[in-house]
Design a protein around this ligand. Structure first.
Ligand code: ATR
Length: 275
C-alpha cells in the first residue's frame, strides 16, 4: 500500500487523515494516510525517515511549512510564490514541494461558494504566511483589484512589493486597517491569526459592498470573531475556512494520485461533525 502522512506539531487535532481516507475510499485508491508528530528540532529527519520507509508523499502543517520549502529540491510555481510548502511528493528525482493552500481557497470561493472573483474588489487581511500563500492564486483569478491590509503596514508593503512584479495586470496595494475607512470591497478574506487570540482585526465600519462575502480562513463551530464582526457590519454572505481545508487536501490528493476527489460529501460530513 502506498503510504502518505501529514506532519505537524501539534498534530493530534488534524482532520487530514479523515479527509484523505474518505478521498481514497471514494476514488478506489489503495493507500494509507497517517498523522505524524514532527519533532520541533528534527523535521527533515522525520520526513526522510518516512520516505525511506516507503512514504510517497506528505502534507506539512504548522510550524514546518518553511522548513518543508527548504527541504524540497524542486518546487511548483505556486510554492515558490508562497515561499512555503504544504505538500511533498517523493519520486525518483527527489523531493518535490508544492503549495495547495491558495488553490484550495480559490476553489472553495469560486466552486463551493459560487463567488466569482474576476472583476471583483478583493481585500486580504494579514501579511504572514497564510496571506502570502494565497496571493498568487488570488491574483490569477483576475480580480478588479487586490488590497492587502495588515496591522503592521510595513509587512503588507513588503509583501506587495514582492508580488508587484509577478502580475502587474491586477492593481495591488498595501495599507493599514485604519486606511480602509471609506473603501468598499466585494470579497474580504481574513488571513490574520487574530482568531487564535479570539479577536477580530480592528476594521473600520462600512467595508462591505452590496452582496459582499466575508471569508475567514479559520473555522470552527459558529461564527469566528471575524465573521461575527462582518455579520454586524452588514456582510451579505459569510463563510469559514473548512471548505478551504478540504479543497487544499483535494489538490494534494490530485497531485499524488492523478485523480480529483468529489469534495462535496467530505465537506458535508466534516461540517456535520463540527456542528
Ligand atoms: P500565519 O502563518 O498564520 O500567517 P504569521 O506569519 O505569524 O502567521 O502572521 C500572522 C498574521 O496575523 C500577521 O499578519 C499578523 O499581523 P502583524 O504582521 O501586524 O503581526 C496578524 N495578526 C495576528 N494577531 C492579530 C490581531 N490580534 N489583530 C490583527 N492582526 C493580527
Amino acid at each position: 500500500m502506498d503510504r502518505y502522512a501529514v506532519i505537524g506539531n501539534p498534530i493530534s487535532h488534524s482532520k487530514s487523515p479523515a479527509i484523505h481516507a474518505r478521498f481514497a475510499a471514494q476514488t478506489g485508491q489503495e493507500l494509507t494516510y497517517e498523522a505524524l508528530l514532527g519533532p520541533l528540532d528534527g523535521f527533515a529527519g522525520a520526513v526522510r525517515a518516512f520516505r525511506d520507509a516507503g512514504g510517497r508523499g506528505m502534507n506539512v502543517t504548522v510550524p514546518f511549512k518553511l522548513e518543508a520549502f527548504a527541504l524540497a529540491e524542486r518546487h511548483s510555481a505556486r510554492a515558490l510564490a508562497a515561499g512555503a510548502v504544504n505538500t511533498l511528493a517523493f519520486d525518483a528525482e527527489g523531493i518535490f514541494g508544492d503549495n495547495t493552500d491558495g488553490a484550495g481557497l480559490v476553489r472553495d470561493l469560486t466552486h463551493n461558494l459560487g463567488c466569482a472573483l474576476a472583476g471583483r474588489r478583493i481585500l486580504l487581511l494579514g501579511a504572514g504566511g497564510a496571506a502570502r500563500g494565497t496571493l498568487l492564486p488570488l491574483l490569477g483569478t483576475q480580480p478588479a483589484s487586490l488590497t492587502l491590509a495588515n496591522r503592521t503596514v510595513a509587512r503588507a508593503e513588503a509583501l506587495v512589493a514582492d508580488f508587484a512584479e509577478r502580475d502587474a495586470s491586477v492593481p495591488l496595494d498595501a495599507c493599514g486597517f485604519a486606511d480602509l475607512a471609506g473603501r468598499q470591497f466585494d470579497v474580504v478574506i481574513n488571513a490574520t491569526a487574530a482568531s487564535l487570540a479570539d479577536e477580530a482585526p480592528p476594521l473600520p465600519a462600512g467595508l462591505y459592498a452590496a452582496g459582499a462575502l466575508a471569508y475567514d480562513m479559520m473555522y470552527g463551530r459558529g461564527d469566528t470573531p471575524f465573521l461575527a464582526a462582518a455579520r454586524r457590519d452588514g456582510a451579505a454572505r459569510l463563510a469559514d475556512g473548512l471548505g478551504m481545508l478540504v479543497e487544499q487536501a483535494a489538490e494534494s490528493f490530485q497531485l499524488w494520485r492523478g485523480v480529483r476527489p468529489d469534495t462535496a460529501p467530505v465537506l458535508a460530513a466534516l461540517r456535520a461533525q463540527i456542528g
